[in-house]
Design a protein around this ligand. Structure first.
Ligand code: AMP
Length: 284
């Protein structure tokens, strides 16, 4: 596994790989690697890609300084795990190369209107501008054939798809299913901050989604059951929504078909998200 930090070396390496006829699979992460990240690498390897994994805790996508400070950082563990996973190149870009002006804003910000606005975007101002800006920069430097993102961050996946499409990037976005622990909790780098009792309450996010999926009825019935499950577990709910999987527009009560249910909530100061496919049956 190659390890690098400098943008120019990284760009040159990517150029060389493409020149040698390899297709680059870009796997952007913020580190604290776990089985969720591993599934993205496995998908890239299964496609035969040259796997370039980036680790960059992007400060521009954090709306709260305390959340950025508390974000887990495990560089030694990550380097060992990345090598074990079969990553070809591990890139850990330096902050002053990614965002030289930081903490001042860069003059250029990529903003994806519409899909960024609701859900996570409503509660975390500037979050998706930070995500879109960093993904655009990673893609410009790397020149990947494919980019891998988890459905765990479902809205992020929608934002990235829209961004790469609108700006004409020749990159295929591969969305990978959510990897869960055996108790059903969606794996997240933030889970290490949950003590055992908080973890039990956190399971209500997954339970809320499963209860919603079991309903043969309209979107509002699903929202209502999700709200009830989260309230019963004393989760501080941010949202419990049912939306169109591509546009993320809110599903009306007369709509029928496959949709996405998404929940977010805070458990003991830790903000968690989860989602799953549901099938809504609109009121006739
Ligand atoms: P992060 O390091 O949290 O920014 O995540 C990097 C990538 O891994 C994103 O595309 C996430 O959606 C994806 N990811 C994180 N957790 C999971 C999971 N449990 N299952 C699938 N993908 C995940």
């Amino acid at each position: 596994m190659q390890r690098l930090t400098g943008v120019e070396r990284w760009r040159r390496l990517a150029d060389e790989q493409r020149a040698a006829g390899r297709r680059i699979g870009l796997v952007p992460t913020m580190g604290a690697l776990h089985r969720g990240h591993e599934s993205l690498v496995a998908a890239a390897r299964a496609n035969g890609d040259y796997v370039l994994l980036t680790i960059f805790v992007n400060p521009r996508q954090f709306d709260r300084p305390d959340d950025l400070r508390a974000y887990p950082r495990t560089p030694e563990h990550d380097r060992a795990l990345a090598a074990d996973m079969g990553v070809d190149a591990l890139v850990e870009p330096a902050l002053d190369e990614m965002w030289p002006a930081y903490p001042d804003a860069t003059a250029t910000t990529v903003s994806v209107r519409g899909v960024s606005d609701a859900l996570e975007g409503a509660g975390r101002p500037g979050h998706f501008d930070g995500v879109a800006s960093v993904v655009a920069k990673l893609a410009v430097i790397t020149g990947p054939c494919r980019a891998y993102f988890g459905e765990k961050d479902f809205q992020q996946l929608a934002v990235v798809r829209r961004l790469l499409f609108d700006l004409g990037f020749d990159v295929t976005v591969v969305g990978c299913p959510i990897v869960r622990d055996s108790d059903g909790l969606a794996i997240s780098s933030r889970n290490v901050r949950l003590d055992p009792s908080a973890r039990t309450r956190a399971l209500s996010l997954h339970e809320a989604l499963d209860r919603a999926a079991s309903i043969e009825g309209p979107a509002e019935s699903m929202r209502s059951v999700m709200r009830d499950v989260l309230a019963a577990a004393s989760v501080e709910m941010a949202y419990a929504e049912v939306v169109d999987p591509l546009t993320l527009e809110r599903t009306g009560d007369d709509e029928t078909g496959p949709r996405r249910a998404l929940v977010a909530g805070v458990v003991d100061g830790v903000r968690l998200i989860d989602n799953r496919e549901v099938y809504v049956r609109g009121r006739a």
